[in-house]
Design a protein. Structure first.
Length: 390
């Protein structure tokens, strides 16, 4: 018997190449060699989940009713708490039964949403740079991706007026992500209003990724659903991961119009069987307590941001202070591509950063630093970089 070598699907073969392989290899080698590596590469909070949330899980995990399959539409108690949170934080009136859907992390919902919206041959409008899932999930749904560059001159917002009419005619979905990973750019209500109007004109669905909405420094980030009528066209994805130091727990939620939320629920009902109910109740505790839990987390990142930015300034590097997110988007010194620069920072300073190219073709002139190590280590990282002859 002959065995034919496995060939993966065309859909996987079409995905953009994994650009972090080289950096990953170097990082592993540096760690294996016992070098003192400072890792500013990963967008994952370094601090543990707050004790109140852990205690809530410990309590609820004892409940035998929670050991069985969870409800596909999420626990009603969690949906109630999400509704209360969205009312208190954004002034939104959401029906917990039809306009809220808990997710196994927002990534899961973002990855499944295009299957609920797009037909093969539709266009999906995707920002560049971006969280890579927008592009891959659009491609999995058979859509063509149209890239919307995020330029600093536009405040890292897409230039909506530059999108050609024939693109709009075929476009069905637009991804947005504010506050933005990796650029740290933010959106305001007038921008969201423009987006909602555009969506109504061109019969578009907006998927706004609000994973960093609670990680702001001066002005609380808005929800796109604050725009009157936005529910007709927009779904917003929220995450407990970064907000509450809960990346490993896998809980987030989608909010928006009932038909779009139901469509996402239909995809999910065919893929997963809900979130472990004890985790949903721990998530409920997090949201119920957000006014006490989140201010110290924001204060910590603000302190780190300010220390990191002033250290960068001392070595003559100019980066803009992000108004939200725990990322600093740093322009490469003249003559460097992002991969070359990240390579040198790792080889010669033992500092891991992420090359902009990994987030999109337009971002090769930037690297991303995540503020996910303690302040003294952030300062040390910059001091090491300052000693290099770049
Ligand atoms: C981290 C991140 C997510 C994923 O969050 P989960 O809720 O943990 O799945 C989504 N979008 C962006 C932009 C992120 O950086």
């Amino acid at each position: 018997m002959s065995t034919t070598p496995f060939v993966k699907s065309e859909r996987l073969q079409k995905l953009p190449p994994y650009l972090f392989a080289e950096i990953d290899k170097k990082k592993k080698a540096a760690l294996a060699a016992g070098r003192d590596v400072i890792n500013l590469g990963v967008g994952d909070p370094d601090r543990p989940t707050p004790p109140t949330i852990i205690k809530s899980l410990q309590h609820h995990v004892e409940n035998p009713a929670f050991h069985q399959y969870a409800l596909d539409q999420g626990a009603p108690e969690l949906r109630q708490s999400i509704a209360k949170f969205c009312k208190a934080r954004y002034g939104l009136d959401l029906d917990p039964n039809s306009e809220i859907l808990p997710l196994i992390g927002s990534k899961e919902g973002i990855a499944h949403f295009p299957l609920a919206v797009l037909n093969p041959g539709d266009i999906s409008l995707v920002p560049d740079p971006c969280y890579p899932v927008y592009r891959s999930s659009s491609m999995f749904a058979g859509a063509d991706v149209y890239t919307m560059p995020l330029e600093p001159s536009h405040g890292f917002r897409p230039d909506l007026d530059s999108i050609p009419t024939d693109v709009f005619n075929r476009a069905r979905l637009m991804f947005l992500n504010y506050p933005n990973n990796p650029t740290g750019g933010t959106a305001d209500l007038p921008f969201f209003e423009k987006v909602v109007n555009l969506a109504k004109t061109h019969d578009l669905v907006i998927a706004q990724d609000a994973a960093y909405n609670e990680m702001y420094f001066e002005n609380p980030a808005p929800s796109i659903l604050q725009i009157p009528g936005a529910k007709d066209v927009a779904v917003e994805f929220h995450s407990l991961s970064k907000t509450f130091n809960m990346t490993g727990w896998r809980v987030g939620f989608a909010i928006g119009g009932a038909p779009q939320i139901a469509a996402l629920g239909q995809v999910k009902a065919n893929c997963d069987s809900g979130i472990f109910t004890a985790i949903q109740f721990a998530g409920k505790t997090a949201l119920d307590e957000y006014e006490t839990i989140t201010p110290p987390i924001r204060a910590l990142y603000k302190e780190r941001r300010d220390a990191f930015l002033s250290s960068l300034k001392k070595i003559g590097w100019n980066a803009t202070a992000p108004e939200a997110t725990f990322y600093v988007w740093i322009p490469c010194p003249a003559g460097y591509t992002s991969t070359e620069l990240c390579g040198r920072l790792l080889d010669e300073a033992d500092v891991v950063t992420t090359p902009g190219l990994g987030f999109g073709r337009t971002a090769d002139g930037y690297i991303r630093a995540a503020l996910t190590v303690e302040t003294p280590r952030l300062i040390e990282a910059v001091e090491r970089i300052g000693k290099l002859k770049l």
